[in-house]
Write a protein that binds this ligand. Structure first.
Ligand SMILES: NC(=O)c1ccc[n+]([C@@H]2O[C@H](COP(=O)([O-])OP(=O)(O)OC[C@H]3O[C@@H](n4cnc5c(N)ncnc54)[C@H](O)[C@@H]3O)[C@@H](O)[C@H]2O)c1
Length: 330
């Protein structure tokens, strides 16, 4: 169930892939095309993803299955996913379902996917009723992290990755220290990946502590879908507002310190920055997202830095608390 995380130059990974060319099938984000050697660009068995989050759906799953079955995929084949978290989620879900599950390898190309999205074996697609509502636990055999991909990432997507790194700053005192020391981002991201690997190796199916990784995600997913902002920025915003709603002033001060140290755009992480913000849409998005949890909702909070715990609340009671929060009403 556990994946190996390997830090390796991209050119070396390409050589390894070339040796396996008869058995591999690629799912690749088209935005990383310029990073690909010509043999991959012209490889016959590729499914190109043009707009990852919009294509992370059942239609794409069907198209991938059809294309790969027509080109002879079998249970001994392997899917190689190259892209951000949306592409690795989609490709991983294809690997989990095609022929009842085949092997796959993940090659994350965004900072967010390198620290979180492509790790831990949760794979999924979105349906109109909510994000990640159809999914599976299906770990890749290997995750290759090749930092060369970060060179072409936009400022916004780099910030998104840092938003998810901010989350780890609350979960681990060591990572908090690295962020505040302004260590190099590649070192911080390796520490985040290691933290997630240790947690998910212990609790692959999210029966226990793995849920701590959802810090900020209850509101975060709702901000992501209603404000149409990148996942990691929505998570950073979700963490900020969960602390505001629960009046955790000490943690709010920590949030500001960590966000400033990471160079996050604090003003863009407030609802006032978005003219399209709608409390009704936010509540509806949370209601849809939380279908997974039934009547109750599990909110990750912290007793102190590095000490997360789960607070179980009645969903309606929690939504009422959100509705009554002043900043959302004005
Ligand atoms: N499975 C999990 O455990 C998990 C955890 C966190 C997030 N996620 C999922 O991950 C997704 C968010 O991940 P993401 O932020 O990587 O999103 P993404 O895959 O949508 O990528 C973001 C943007 O960056 C582009 N891109 C990718 N690599 C690039 C590169 N090297 N250079 C230039 N552009 C590049 C993509 O085309 C896209 O436009 C969401 O769907 C979220 O639900 C999954």
């Amino acid at each position: 169930m556990n994946s190996e995380i390997i830090y390796r130059p991209w050119s070396n990974v390409c050589e390894e892939l070339l040796e396996q060319k008869d058995s591999i099938y690629f799912v690749i984000d088209s935005k990383v095309r310029t990073h690909l050697p010509s043999w991959i660009q012209t490889f016959p068995k590729i499914y190109w993803v043009l707009d990852p989050e919009r294509e992370k759906n059942l239609k794409s799953l069907e198209l991938i299955a059809e294309a790969f079955v027509k080109s002879g995929i079998s249970r001994s084949s392997k899917i190689i996913a190259i892209g951000g978290g949306a592409t690795t989620d989609l490709a991983g879900f294809a690997a989990a379902t095609i022929m009842r599950g085949i092997h796959w390898v993940s090659i994350p190309t965004t900072l967010l996917a390198m620290v979180d999205g492509s790790l831990g074996g949760k794979v999924a697609v979105n349906i109109p009723l909510g994000k990640n509502l159809l999914g599976a636990f299906h770990a890749p055999d290997k995750v290759y992290i090749c930092e060369e991909f970060l060179n072409s990432l936009s400022v916004l997507e780099t910030q998104s990755g840092k938003g998810e790194i901010l989350k780890y700053g609350f979960l681990s005192l060591d990572i908090r220290e690295m962020i505040l020391n302004q260590d190099k981002i590649d070192l911080i991201s390796m520490a985040c990946a290691k933290y997630k690997k240790e947690l998910t190796d212990r609790d692959f199916r999210e029966k226990g502590d793995r849920i701590f990784l959802n810090l900020g995600h209850t509101l975060g997913h709702a901000f992501e879908s209603t404000l149409r902002i990148p996942h990691g920025l929505a998570v950073a915003m979700g963490i900020n507002y969960i602390f505001k709603i629960f009046e955790l002033h000490g943690l709010l001060a920590e949030w500001k310190k960590l966000a400033l140290s990471l160079g996050l755009p604090i003003e863009k992480l407030q609802v006032q920055a978005y003219s399209q913000f709608s409390l009704t849409k936010l509540i509806n998005a949370m209601r849809a997202d939380k279908k997974k949890d039934g009547q109750d909702i599990q909110i990750v909070l912290l007793k102190d830095m590095g000490e997360p715990f789960v607070c179980r609340l009645d969903l309606e009671q929690f939504l009422k608390k959100v509705e009554e929060y002043d900043e959302f009403k004005s």
